[in-house]
Design a protein around this ligand. Sequence first.
Ligand code: TXA
Ligand code: MG
Length: 325
Amino acid sequence: MQSDMSELELALARLKAGELVAIPTETVYGLAADAANLDAVARIFALKGRPADHPVIVHIASSQQLNDWALGIPADAWKLADAFWPGPLTLILRRQPHVLDAITGGQDTVGLRAPSHPLTHELLKRFGGGLAAPSANRFGHVSPTRAQHVRDEFGADCPLVLDGGPCEVGVESTIVSLIHEQPTLLRPGGITREAIEALLGKSLTHHTDSGTAKIRTSGLLDSHYSPRTHLVTGEYAHLQPAITQARANGEKLAILSFGPWAGDAATSAIHEMPDNPSEYARLIYDKLRQIDRQGYTIIFLQLPPATPGWLAVNDRLRRAAHTRI
Ligand code: TXA
Ligand code: MG
């Protein structure tokens, strides 16, 4: 059941007391704590099992609070905030000196975002400060897009979950760094690269080389967002022989096809995924979690086309995969 105003009050009280609360956003659920309270932020890392040097995003109600957290904010940042906030866009900016090292991973930058989910927007307005919140999952696992996913993730250790229903976007926010003259796309997401480039009238550098990344962005780690079940991704022509082999080996197969599955369906569960990127993004994490619960031993996922509209989805699928063929 979705949370009401009295639960919002309870969430507010807990956050003010330095406790964790799982919050709904339009992208994925976040594991939130008062960003100005070191002990509270430390609880996020402990519960997630997240390495201490991975920075977390600070969530704010609106761009009016940007100056509370960032310094030397360039015109491009204001333009982006005006156009896309509240919404699924995170801006990396120079931090104010008071911002905790636990939040920035010891860097001199801070990630800021104003989420649009009405319940969390209201919570942030009433809270007044910033809420540090990574996705509400154990480190490296699939992000939660429903309140129940958060409860499944943390079990007996689960904090209060504000239930805001299923997330509309379904993949994490777009992250843009404005630290250098040339804006950089650190993570593709709900706001497309094209929309950002059109607004700024300049092209974004796309940060893809995770192996040499100097900026510690956990979403840039090669293995991330992974289901427990072994996930194999590829094009149809490559998957087909691997599927035949897996069947011969007695594996329990799930197939996530892109549109109708062209191959034979014998002994496999076929899940047909939508051919629209927004719908695909909304469903994919829930689908991976469902399959994880159903005792399959291997998932074969037929990749969507490598076109710009599929950038965010393909990015997550590439990182979620245990094997790419
Ligand atoms: O949609 C989202 O962004 C969700 C919701 C809850 O807002 N949050 C989310 O948080 O995905 P998390 O922690 O799972 O991923 C945030 C990413 C991480 O890869 C982190 O390293 C990066 O943002 N990040 C945060 N602050 C940064 C900074 N100062 N410089 C570079 N990357 C940063
Ligand atoms: Mg995450």
